[in-house]
Write a protein that binds this ligand. Structure first.
Ligand SMILES: [Zn+2]
Length: 250
């Protein structure tokens, strides 16, 4: 029999007489379909043996971050409630007791185990409860309280965070400016450009360096200029954020 030991786990061989079944002492990796994370209801001193009378488990997932492997993956261990699930499932005992959710180190171990099983076992199911993860209580129709909700952080870790709410659309900078000004025949120039439309005005070419030269051609008739209040629709490039005071503001 090939023996698969995961190199990142500490090898702590258990009693092999407590594994397998009559006429079914081993399994192939293709027979493993899911991972069963149990609540050990106990501690490392108990778990380190990997087996007890009538019981055995493949992994011990410790609160301190260590992961023990007690048997090669090919040996069905006695822990998930019956022959079928002990052959289909790969069992890990989770150190601690009811009321202690898997801690971050244990979640990391369980995820790494799933990842390895998924890589090594061609029929491993997807990482969802009821698929690639099964629970002792569910596999035995509620015969046991195990794992007492302790594995929830693992399942949660696979949930895809909902997409962040869309930020409110940024107000597009309104590059259309209405500019009221008094006067006429003034020359306004955008950087390198000219105004498209100046009612009652005359557009003349002008160049600016980020400034707004204003050339008054009607200085001799200020009243006339005042009367001809024009309203211009300017399509300003977005880098023009300021409106020259010469135009009287927006
Ligand atoms: Zn259990």
């Amino acid at each position: 029999m090939a023996e698969t030991w995961l190199p990142w786990c500490q090898k702590r061989p258990g009693d092999r007489s407590r594994t397998g079944y009559l006429l079914k002492s081993t399994r192939s990796l293709a027979e493993i379909r899911y991972q069963v994370n149990h609540s050990a209801e106990g501690w490392e001193t108990y778990l380190r043996a990997g087996s007890a009378p009538g019981a055995s488990w493949t992994f011990s997932n410790l609160q301190g971050g260590k992961m023990y492997q007690h048997f090669p993956l090919e040996l069905p261990t006695w822990t998930s409630g019956g022959r079928r699930q002990n052959i289909d499932g790969c069992a890990a005992e989770t150190e601690g007791v009811a009321g202690q959710p898997m801690n971050a180190a244990q979640v990391a171990n369980a995820r790494r185990l799933y990842s390895d099983l998924n890589r090594l076992c061609p029929n491993m199911r997807i990482p969802l409860l009821g698929e690639g993860f099964r629970e002792h209580g569910e596999l035995t129709n509620g015969y046991t309280a195990c794992p007492s909700g302790r594995i929830q952080p693992l399942y949660d870790s696979y949930k895809v965070a909902p997409p962040a709410p869309e930020p409110p659309p940024q107000e597009e900078e309104d590059v259309t400016r209405y500019i009221s000004f008094r006067g006429h025949r003034e020359v306004y120039a955008l950087a390198g450009g000219t105004l498209e439309h100046v009612p009652n005005g005359t557009i003349m070419n002008a160049q600016v360096d980020g400034k707004w030269p204003v050339e008054q051609h009607d200085k001799n008739d200020p009243d006339a200029a005042k009367r001809r209040t024009a309203r211009m629709l300017l399509n300003l490039p977005s880098h023009f954020n300021t409106v020259p005071e010469a135009l009287g503001g927006l």
